[in-house]
Design a binder for this molecule. Structure first.
Ligand code: KIV
Length: 272
């Protein structure tokens, strides 16, 4: 039985619980490997647009594409909780539309959905909860607002902005979200919002004091081919390992050493 939204909601470091570990996954092998590592939550993030589809922002992934990736992740049957990002415009056009769209992600295998924004999203959060769909919030640097924000910039740097973020977090909590991602804010704001809430915060570029942390799979494994953001600790350089391995394969083929006799079927075993 995978970790449920209520079980995640109950986790708070201040009450002595272990920090929540979340990582993105967009396909079955990534979900399987991350689950084997014991993560708590797999996020089928709309960051798939950046790290898999090569887009500059997350505005270019559709609901149908998210459904496709959720189904791939869910097919790993992970013990981790699977949460799916609601992509841009899938929850902005009315509550009935949002519930229908979230239901597609749930039917594809997600156990909850995540959406960006605070006070402006309360109505849609309520509608999703009314439809029995658990919701994770997302505040701070919300990538779907990149055009409105004028770029991917650290948010809540002023006292007033930090106060508004905490107010938004409290409103989302009151509405019933089970956890909130806090992205791209000063560490002190990550600390403040975490202390203000009963539900867990999951930080990314929000300092060390949130109740959990999330990283993008490709960032943490060195698969993006670019300098990582300040908050990304890289645990491997798989991009280099992949190029090196495929280079050896190419050399073997060109040198005509692959496949060998042992790697070829003998005629007596032609039927496998
Ligand atoms: O899509 C994503 O990867 C996310 C994380 C940055 C939290 O929303």
């Amino acid at each position: 039985m995978s970790l449920s939204a209520p079980a995640i909601r109950a986790r708070k470091r201040a009450r002595g619980d272990a920090a929540l570990v979340m990582v993105t996954a967009y396909d079955e092998p990534a979900a399987r490997y991350a689950d084997a590592a014991g993560v708590d939550i797999l996020l089928v993030g709309d960051s798939v647009a950046n790290v898999v589809m090569g887009q500059a922002d997350t505005l270019h992934v559709t609901l149908a594409e998210m459904v496709h990736h959720v189904a791939a992740v869910a097919s790993a049957r992970p013990n981790a909780h699977v949460v799916a990002d609601m992509p841009w415009l899938s929850y902005h056009l009315g509550t009935a539309d949002a519930v229908r769209n979230a239901a597609e992600l749930i039917r594809a295998g997600a156990q909850s959905v995540k959406l960006e924004g605070g006070h402006a999203r309360l109505e849609v959060v309520r509608a999703l909860l009314d439809a029995e769909i658990p919701v994770m919030g997302h505040l701070g640097l919300t990538p779907q607002s990149v055009l409105a924000m004028g770029g991917f910039k650290v948010q809540a740097k002023s006292r007033d902005a930090a106060k508004l973020l905490v107010e938004d977090a409290l409103l989302l909590q009151e509405e019933g979200v089970y956890a909130i991602v806090i992205e791209g804010v000063p560490g002190a704001v990550g600390t403040e919002v975490t202390a203000a809430l009963e539900i867990p915060t999951i930080g990314i570029g929000a300092g060390p004091d949130t109740d959990g942390q999330v990283l993008v799979f490709h960032d943490l494994l060195g698969l993006t081919g670019r300098k990582p953001a300040r908050f990304v600790r890289q645990y491997a350089q798989l991009g280099e390992a992949i190029t090196e391995a495929i280079g050896r394969y190419a050399a073997d083929v060109r040198e005509e050493t692959s496949p060998s006799e042992d790697e070829s079927y003998p005629s007596s075993d032609a039927g496998h």
